[in-house]
Design a protein around this ligand. Structure first.
Ligand code: GCU
Length: 615
């Protein structure tokens, strides 16, 4: 597994441990190459495999495991057709099977799959013409949760994690003419999963983001990082890694709008650091979301990205964007598709959701609780919305299980490796509402340390729980020490007390760090009206917001907020008939786009800057 060669030594050591653990795991599962991370994969020309795939629902996974639960040699991945005279029955046929759309979750495609958790097989035929000196990767935008891939019956990779993209090499398996790809995707929840058994969002299964074939030369640019120097604002810096590259090889970085073209040389790790003095650079900010074309090329490969340049840091309890204090006027968002519901995955979904956030007067969004689609991040870059991006370390994972830590770090690798050049992303969140135990703190401190080595240019945060002492809320979770910015969730007035309870609530914060209230809110059924003290009405939700603003303005180091939540989203924990109907109704907007009263309350507060510290 070569992808770790360009990172600092400590990480190579850690990489080797991870490799050893992954290798041990793979040997058990009939080894398949480990997928790689490709920065800017969606900026490369690709052969799309989206569309209708044949699909076979296989609740007992008999397509992969025998009746003694051994992995089969002749599973559904052979896509075999029954032959006359066969001495054995073939009990599946993709050519006769119904289809499922890709990219999409399966739950909202068929009534019978709405609650389905288990394996489903996907098959798709495609034609291909191999080219000289060319490697081919199967790019998977996301597959929830555990997935296996075969091309022409040959296993090409296996992957765990439902919200990050990965790339499987298929060069050896693909051939001229007709080919077929088979995927098994299993969204069964596991105790040792990341996330684990309990989540307050729907466990949408399937090939939920785009699938395509990406062609690259034998040596190619797999990862790159380009950002504005934190210490010198007329220098762009970063690094480039060339998979299969060799020491002394030239890498050219071109910024046409800044009239810069600079050549660099790879070191023994096929990596080069880059440093480019620039003049007249217009920084990226929510008000001015300037993006610059950046073209990185070697003799045989090139990738062109659109990147904004800004700096982000903390100074005491301040968050500084481009050196100036900023207050993050935000909202939390789940990747639930507006109107049609299901997993959000299109440019249109991103424009609608982020369009509503802009309409609210936001300069910030918390993308919860897992990495969102590249289309969302591209839209945030161009619309000028700062982003909190989160690794799905959610609630009570097996924090004392090293395999679980390895999975969390693998997902960080993929999240940061894929999305590191989005100017919009300022915060990597390590976790949400985890129990205050030593194992948990050790786990997330390690995770945070790993994130810092992957990307030292951004701030590390997490959404913490708070404790109470009478009317005083206390933020002193020991995990706060490992964070640059402390997020905290509170539901005063909803899960405890009444909207007015906020008026008499005081806060004690044990850290001299910037704070973000990453969640507060209230359930409300759009169109349900009544007294302010009547739960589920829009009036109750509006009252919660009004009382929260007063309280939040009394927290001196509050530097941001992302109320829960922009839009109602599906959750298996919300069965209240005719009110929730399997939706979490804390949205300011219903899943059908109806704006609730609280939407306008928050919009007014953001536009008039009456909540939060004026910049
Ligand atoms: C929690 C959690 C969210 C959840 C929300 C709620 O704080 O982080 O995922 O949806 O509360 O209860 O509505």
């Amino acid at each position: 597994m070569k992808r770790l060669t360009f990172l600092p030594n400590a990480l190579i050591a850690r990489g080797i441990i991870l490799t050893a653990m992954a290798a041990a795991l793979l040997s058990v599962c009939n080894a398949a190459p480990v997928p790689i991370v490709l920065t800017g994969a969606d900026r490369r020309p690709a052969i799309s495999l989206d569309g209708n795939w044949a699909a076979i629902v296989d609740p007992y996974f008999s397509g992969l495991f025998s009746f003694h639960h051994e992995e089969k040699k002749n599973g559904f991945f052979l896509n075999r057709k029954a032959q006359p005279g066969d001495p054995f029955p073939t009990e599946y046929d993709f050519s006769k099977a119904p289809t499922l759309k890709v990219p999409a979750d399966w739950n909202t495609q068929r009534e019978s799959l709405f609650f389905y958790e288990g394996p489903i097989w996907y098959e798709r035929d495609f034609t291909y013409q191999p080219k000289e000196h060319t490697r081919v990767f199967l790019h998977v935008g996301a597959a929830n949760y555990h997935s296996w891939f075969w091309v022409n019956g040959q296993k090409v990779c296996e992957h765990e994690g439902g919200y990050t993209s990965f790339n499987c090499e298929v060069t050896a398996a693909i051939h001229a003419g007709g080919n077929f790809v088979v995927a098994a995707v299993d969204n069964t929840r596991h105790e040792d999963g990341v996330p684990t058994l309990e989540t307050d969002w729907w466990n949408y299964g399937g090939l939920t983001r785009s699938v395509s074939l990406i062609e690259v030369p034998e040596e190619f640019i797999d990862q790159y990082d380009v950002h504005l120097s934190q210490t010198n604002d007329s220098v762009i810096e970063g690094w480039v890694h060339v998979e299969g590259g060799h020491a002394g090889q030239r890498v050219l970085v071109i910024l046409p709008e800044l009239d810069r073209m600079v050549s660099f040389t790879l070191d023994g790790n096929s990596r080069t650091t880059i440093r480019i003095p620039v003049a007249d650079l217009e920084r990226w900010s929510p008000e001015t979301p300037n993006l610059y074309e950046v073209k990185i090329s070697t003799a045989n490969d090139s990738v062109t990205d659109l990147i904004g340049f800004r700096t982000i840091e903390t100074r005491g309890t301040e968050i500084l964007l481009n050196g100036k204090p900023i207050f993050l006027r935000g909202i939390s968002i789940h990747a639930e598709a507006p109107y049609r519901t299901g997993r959000a995955n299109t440019d249109k979904d991103a424009e609608t959701l982020l369009g509503w956030a802009k309409e609210l007067g936001c300069n910030f969004v918390r993308l919860a609780h897992y990495p969102h689609d590249e289309s969302m991040l591209r839209a945030a870059d161009s619309m000028g919305l700062l982003v909190w991006s989160e690794n799905p370390v959610y609630w009570a994972l097996q924090f004392d299980n090293p395999k679980v830590l390895a999975k969390a770090e693998q997902q960080l690798d993929e999240e940061i490796g894929t999305s590191r050049n989005h100017a919009a992303i300022i915060l990597w969140s390590m976790a949400n509402e985890t129990p205050n135990t030593e194992a948990r703190t050790r786990f997330i401190e390690t995770e945070a340390g790993y994130a810092r080595t992957l990307d030292p240019t951004r701030l590390i945060t997490a959404a913490l729980l708070v404790r109470a002492d009478g009317q005083t809320k206390i933020i002193d979770d020991p995990l706060g020490k490992a964070l640059d910015v402390i997020g905290f969730n509170e539901y005063i007035g909803w899960y405890e007390g009444h909207p007015e309870s906020a008026d008499t609530t005081e806060w004690r914060v044990e850290y001299q760090k910037p704070l973000i209230v990453s969640e507060f809110g209230s359930g409300a059924k759009a169109g349900l009206h009544g007294e302010e003290n009547q739960r589920w009405t829009e009036e109750y939700q509006a009252s919660i917001y009004r009382h929260q603003f007063g309280m939040l303005n009394r927290i001196p180091q509050l530097r941001g907020m992302s109320p829960w939540v922009l839009m109602d989203f599906r959750s298996p924990n919300r069965p209240l008939t005719s009110i929730q109907d399997e939706f979490n109704r804390k949205g300011l907007i219903s899943d059908q786009g109806q704006k609730k009263q609280a939407f306008f309350i928050l919009q007014k507060a953001y536009k008039e800057k009456t909540v939060g510290k004026p910049e």
